[in-house]
Design a protein around this ligand. Structure first.
Ligand SMILES: NC(=O)c1ccc[n+]([C@@H]2O[C@H](COP(=O)([O-])OP(=O)(O)OC[C@H]3O[C@@H](n4cnc5c(N)ncnc54)[C@H](OP(=O)(O)O)[C@@H]3O)[C@@H](O)[C@H]2O)c1
Length: 262
């Protein structure tokens, strides 16, 4: 289902250079996605917001359009239904030039490990769904033969499996590896495939968790760093502090790592 673009009249976008570079955002209700969408709309990019029950985004659509003066359209997308991807992409008002996947589901590790249906939902939401969507959209971006970018939000949780989080972590590991492969596939083409591996971010996903303040960022700060990395054409973005932390964690010998509890 495609909800028609809002009928309100738009003020002129601030940066006309981006007026023909629409951004498609998957998981557009996510806090990180919203922050990215605001930052990109402020640069004059039209927005195509995709989510489940997308009519819940009607107020956001009007807010983006009024605040940033860009066209905003809404598109229904459940990332666990790959059979709908091609039709959804074909229904977009114009082909996007930047695509962001911000869908994700963490759930509770013990419940995920105990219930195969929950685990499958976590795998499908974080790995198989976004990976298959990225495959389809990368093919289309490549066929357009113009400068474009595909940004996949994975997680440092995928860098090494931990007892506390391995269902979600392994799904993110799969997505990280998939994006790496896509990046190599299109390396000689004008398509940048970018992987973002955030550490802790204060969002709905982490609400109620006791996160260390010094290691936790906001969606807005992360969005600003992602856009800086995009501007520089960086293929991978990890916060420098998390790069150090995960560099250490991934180098701990397995015999020691398996006994650690964190
Ligand atoms: N927060 C963190 O600390 C952190 C750290 C590392 C990576 N990440 C990743 O960052 C991304 C954004 O997460 P967030 O922190 O902003 O959390 P969030 O606010 O919970 O966003 C997750 C989004 O995924 C959407 N989603 C879930 N299942 C879906 C499905 N089947 N089809 C389409 N959309 C679906 C949700 O939509 P509904 O509204 O329909 O549920 C929600 O908007 C995720 O990939 C997450 O794994 C987050």
């Amino acid at each position: 289902m495609t909800v028609p673009a809002t009928s309100i009249s738009y003020p002129a976008p601030k940066d006309q250079r981006n007026a023909d570079r629409p951004v498609l955002v998957l998981g557009a209700r996510s806090d990180i996605a919203r922050a990215l969408a605001h930052a990109l709309a402020a640069r004059g990019h039209p927005l195509q917001l995709a989510a489940r029950q997308v009519d819940r985004l009607e107020r956001d659509r009007d807010d983006f359009a009024v605040r940033h003066g860009v066209p905003v359209s809404l598109h229904e997308l459940d990332v666990t239904r790959p059979e709908t991807f091609a039709d959804m992409l074909s229904s977009l008002p114009v082909a996007p030039r930047i695509v962001i996947s911000a869908v994700g589901l963490m759930g509770d590790q013990d419940s995920n490990a105990a219930d195969p249906a929950l685990a499958m939902q976590v795998f499908a939401t974080n790995f198989t769904g976004p990976a298959l969507f990225c495959e389809e959209v990368a093919r289309r971006l490549d066929a357009a033969d113009m400068s474009s970018a595909l940004i996949g939000i994975s997680s440092v949780a995928g860098d090494r499996g931990r007892a506390r989080n391995y269902v979600y972590g392994s799904a993110k590991a799969g997505f990280t590896a998939y994006l790496s492969g896509l990046r190599q596939k299109y390396a000689r083409r004008p398509l940048l495939v970018m992987t973002v591996r955030p550490g802790f971010v204060a969002t709905a996903m982490t609400q109620g968790m006791d996160l260390p303040a010094r290691l936790t960022t906001t969606p807005e700060a992360l969005a600003a760093r992602i856009l800086r990395a995009l501007d520089k054409g960086r293929p991978v973005h990890v916060d420098p502090l998390w790069r150090v932390i995960m560099g250490i964690i991934t180098h701990v010998p397995e015999r020691i790592f398996m006994r650690l509890r964190f």
